[in-house]
Design a protein around this ligand. Sequence first.
Ligand SMILES: Nc1nc2c(c(=O)[nH]1)N[C@H]1C(S)=C(S)[C@@H](COP(=O)(O)OP(=O)(O)OC[C@H]3O[C@@H](n4cnc5c(=O)[nH]c(N)nc54)[C@H](O)[C@@H]3O)O[C@H]1N2
Ligand SMILES: Nc1nc2c(c(=O)[nH]1)N[C@H]1C(S)=C(S)[C@@H](COP(=O)(O)OP(=O)(O)OC[C@H]3O[C@@H](n4cnc5c(=O)[nH]c(N)nc54)[C@H](O)[C@@H]3O)O[C@H]1N2
Ligand code: SF4
Ligand SMILES: [Mo]
Length: 642
Amino acid sequence: MTERHITACNRDCPDSCSMVVTVDQGRAVRLQGNPDDPVTQGFLCERTSRFLERQYREDRFTQPLLRKGSKWVPVGWEQALDLVATKLDQFRGESGPASILHYRSGGSLGILKYFADALFEAVGPVTVKRGDICSGAGEAAQETDFGVCDSHDLFDLYHSKTILLWGKNPHVSGPHLIPVLKEARRRGAKVYGIDPVRTRASQLCDDFLQPRPGSDFWLAMAVARVAVDQDLLDPEAANYCEGHDDFLALVKSQSFDEWLRPTGVDADRARRMAAAYVGDKPSALLVGWGMARRRHGSRTVRALDALGAVTGNLGVPGGGVSYYFHRTRPFDLSFVQGRDAAPRTLAEARLGAEILAAQDPPIRMIWVTAGNPVSMLPDAPAVKRGFEKSEFNVVVDTHPTDTTDLAHLILPTRTLLEDDDVIGAYGSHFVRLSEPAIAAPGEVRHELEILRGVAERMGVAHAVPDSIDQAKRKVLGKLAGEGITVEALREKPRRNPMAAKVLFADRQFPTATGKVHLVTDAPKEPGNGNGYPLTLLAVSSAQGQSSQWIDKLRHAPLSATVHPQSAGDLSDGTEAVLESARGSLDVTIRWDENVHPDVVLVPKGGMLRDGRCANVLIAAEETDAGGGAVYYDEPVRLRPRD
Ligand SMILES: Nc1nc2c(c(=O)[nH]1)N[C@H]1C(S)=C(S)[C@@H](COP(=O)(O)OP(=O)(O)OC[C@H]3O[C@@H](n4cnc5c(=O)[nH]c(N)nc54)[C@H](O)[C@@H]3O)O[C@H]1N2
Ligand SMILES: Nc1nc2c(c(=O)[nH]1)N[C@H]1C(S)=C(S)[C@@H](COP(=O)(O)OP(=O)(O)OC[C@H]3O[C@@H](n4cnc5c(=O)[nH]c(N)nc54)[C@H](O)[C@@H]3O)O[C@H]1N2
Ligand code: SF4
Ligand SMILES: [Mo]
């Protein structure tokens, strides 16, 4: 006899799908998208459709593991948590709480994971990360320009006449945008894609432009120049935009062709796309998250914000410049003080170097939860050295990673099928409940129970609720007033009613001046790489969720996809070496004419332990604002294997 359970996917993904899990005698046997969820629409992505392989993998952590020399020894929870408390006490006493680093990433988007922050604030506060390698630069851009980083309602796209997918790859990174785009097209919208890689999104597009990587600022200025030349600027914009004259002076400082030159895009096609955006309004600009992960990434997003503003596409149905949906805003997170309370912060984008350089006190203990920083942060070898230098590393995870390889203590926690939490999405305004579809194996514990165990031993039990239900009700505090309770969410997912469908409809912006702040200076043009002529794009792939890969590809040789004309003597299928000024990787060459000739495309999320980690090639550097990581600016070259 099988049962069906409904839960929500907690992966770091914009969609936060509602899932139907078929369970046969306690074992999950089938995962499907919930047909009743307006965003999920009955289907899941490739990587989560195949999650059962990961769920039942033989290397799943099922009990706490303590390192003894080169071996792992299973220990009981009492011993594990007593040891954690002893170490916390020891380092705090000897070197102060700043000697402890708490690092939490996006392995689960469950809101209850924020109680880890509360625990470490109560125990310390301790050292935490600064900036955000994923979204920091883009969020900083929108917070500067608009006062908040949020998006128009997902379904507001049905009011758009023109939609730009600017550096967005929904087939891979957020497939539940696809049905919405299809419906918008059916209702008459024209869709344009802008990406150095001609992705499957091109099938949804009326035209698809392939600019040189990192040249989007210039393309945005070229589009703004078309608005100037065709007299299609919003005459009201000067009233609600700060820096309006300076921005227009910048746009007018070069002709359309001059702005377009660094992008390498065909002038007629760019002009047609621009004419649609500025003329056939309302126009929605959907900004890919990766757009900001480069040296001038924040300024690139600011250019897109400015373009939306001066063309009159803000505050109107069908318009907007949408990047992240503000997924945490509906929740009560008042129990977390945040970064300002920390005695010290380390730049996430340079975490390895920052751990290694930390003095007075050095970092002596690291607690990692929901992340694999050793594989996923730039300059992975430095992150590895930083972890090796620390005296005691605790990692809370479900499966082995490069980071658990460097742990002294591994604490096993629940997977997305076992989790019990509340989830806000970054691709829509829906809030969903996750509830265990199956029981966790062995000694596995919910993260909240782990945190509570530490809190009790450290004399700060007040920092962590003693029941999951109580914790859920706490974070739902604001929403409960709107009728969105645990019970209501159990019935069906709910849209956060406090989120506007159209942002800034009154053209009031929550900035210091109440106006939009326009970017007024251009970054330096991309260089030619000094002997490394190609740009590395190590981006999401359909078969991996960051470093969590489907089984078949976990240890497979790393592919490096290039345009045939950039491959030199390296034919399709050849084994080659991909190298940057920092390191090298063995790869297998794939030819693909859809890839811009300046680009080498590699899937993100390979691990050091498999020789697939792109982050050995990537320099640890912060973006121009917001503490993002410069993932997509690394100059690289290919050569034959010796
Ligand atoms: N399958 C899968 N889905 C995922 C993830 C995953 O690992 N796997 N990761 C999740 C996470 S953590 C995040 S943050 C999101 C975001 O995931 P990302 O993939 O980082 O973000 P996107 O911005 O949607 O898509 C990246 C697109 O931007 C393009 N791009 C790169 N450089 C440039 C450029 O210079 N100009 C332009 N115009 N385009 C460029 C790439 O070619 C690519 O097609 O996705 C989530 N979804
Ligand atoms: N070269 C390159 N590097 C990148 C990127 C890129 O595009 N290129 N993308 C960057 C981006 S956008 C991001 S967001 C980061 C992602 O980097 P991370 O956030 O480190 O992502 P994952 O590798 O998925 O690691 C998440 C871990 O959490 C574990 N986990 C799953 N569920 C739970 C849970 O409920 N509790 C706990 N404690 N653990 C859980 C998983 O098993 C996994 O090991 O990577 C960044 N790194
Ligand atoms: S990873 Fe994203 S698209 Fe896939 S099931 Fe989870 S929420 Fe849905
Ligand atoms: Mo991310």
